[in-house]
Design a protein around this ligand. Structure first.
Ligand code: NDP
Length: 306
């Protein structure tokens, strides 16, 4: 029987592990398929407080893991395939092994939707990004593309327009999916342009290990043209990693875990932190903050104070 199992090892999961292990809760972290979380797919992090020159993302995550380990957190590599939250203790299945626990913190993150191009993942952090707030600063006075036509894409484009020289939105249809207010806002900004009925078919340049442009195909005419640019922001939205929670917890219409009063979910003893419960901010620092809240909430629950 375990006291507390934390699912996920990004900033939310590891921060909750640091707090929970210092509170002597003997937490176990199930690391998941991407140890360190989404941040490890980028290079330098410039908005984590305390590092005036930025910090290497992998180093930041390794340090968080070491910090949690120092206070006694146990790590298990693997993915939670199944969870039973309908009776206490809760049961988790990791690989073929079953584990019982009094409390759970879910910090499994949300995966950005990608275009599916082979070069896209190789150039992530090298000109391809899924987060304007995180990476926009690297593209000051540069040419950038934003792919997508929803609210995420408009939000990215509007944010980037304050930094980049020009922002070109590439959308596969001739009308946006975004809410009217976001559409109007984006369309009013002078350095945001729209390329309609178009998709990115190739990102250049893998040989140079950086983004220099994209081949764009007009899906009505079939014509392909080269658009030179310094950065490509994939703004297709996120898929929260909650498949294993369907029918176990209250989720919103897009699959994000609903939380209230801090990190509490619809099941007492189950807490959520990070992007898996955050359709809005999705920042490493907000995830870490909620990871702290989840550990404090779990501590109270385990002590029988809630
Ligand atoms: P959406 O699903 O609304 O939009 C995704 C966009 O990406 C669509 O325009 C879609 O095109 C396009 N797309 C999807 N797959 C591909 C592909 N393979 N190639 C090219 N284009 C593709 O996701 P969002 O993340 O934008 O929004 C999700 C929810 O979150 C919405 O309810 C939204 O309102 C909300 N949200 C609100 C925000 C705010 O209010 N500030 C900010 C961000 C999100 P198509 O239109 O043709 O399907």
């Amino acid at each position: 029987m375990n006291n507390l199992i934390i699912i996920g090892s990004g900033p939310a999961g590891l921060t909750s592990a640091i707090y929970a292990s210092r509170a002597q809760l003997n937490p176990i972290v199930i690391e998941g398929m991407e140890p360190g979380g989404q941040l490890t797919t980028t290079t330098v992090v410039e908005n984590w407080p305390g590092y005036p020159d930025g910090v290497d993302a992998q180093t930041l995550m390794n340090n968080m893991r070491e910090q949690a380990k120092r206070f006694g957190t146990e790590f298990i590599s693997g993915e939670v395939k199944k969870i039973d939250l309908k009776k206490e203790p809760f049961t988790l299945t990791v690989g073929t092994e079953k584990r019982d626990t009094n409390a759970v913190i879910i910090a499994t993150g949300a995966s950005p939707k990608m275009l599916g191009l082979s070069e896209e993942k190789k150039l992530i952090g090298r000109g391809v990004s899924t987060c304007a707030t995180c990476d926009g600063f690297f593209f000051r006075e540069k040419e950038v593309l934003v792919v997508g036509g929803g609210d995420t894409a408009m939000e990215e484009a509007i944010y980037l327009s304050t930094l980049a020289k020009n922002v070109t939105v590439i959308h596969r249809r001739d009308e946006l999916r975004a809410s009217k207010i976001m559409q109007q806002k984006a369309k009013r900004i002078k350095n945001i342009n729209f390329t309609w009925d178009s998709v990115v078919v190739e990102i250049h340049d893998l040989h140079k290990n950086t983004v220099t442009g994209a081949s764009i195909k007009n899906i009505r005419t079939g014509k392909v043209f080269l658009k030179e640019c310094d950065g490509i922001f994939i703004g297709l939205g996120h898929i929260p990693n909650t498949d294993f929670l369907i029918n176990q917890l209250e989720l919103d219409k897009n699959g994000f875990i609903l939380t209230r009063n801090g990190s509490k979910t619809s099941v007492p003893g189950v807490f959520a932190a990070g992007d898996v419960s955050d359709p809005v901010y999705k920042q490493a620092i907000t995830s870490a903050g909620k990871g702290c809240m989840a550990a404090l909430d779990a501590e109270k629950f385990i002590q029988g104070l809630e």
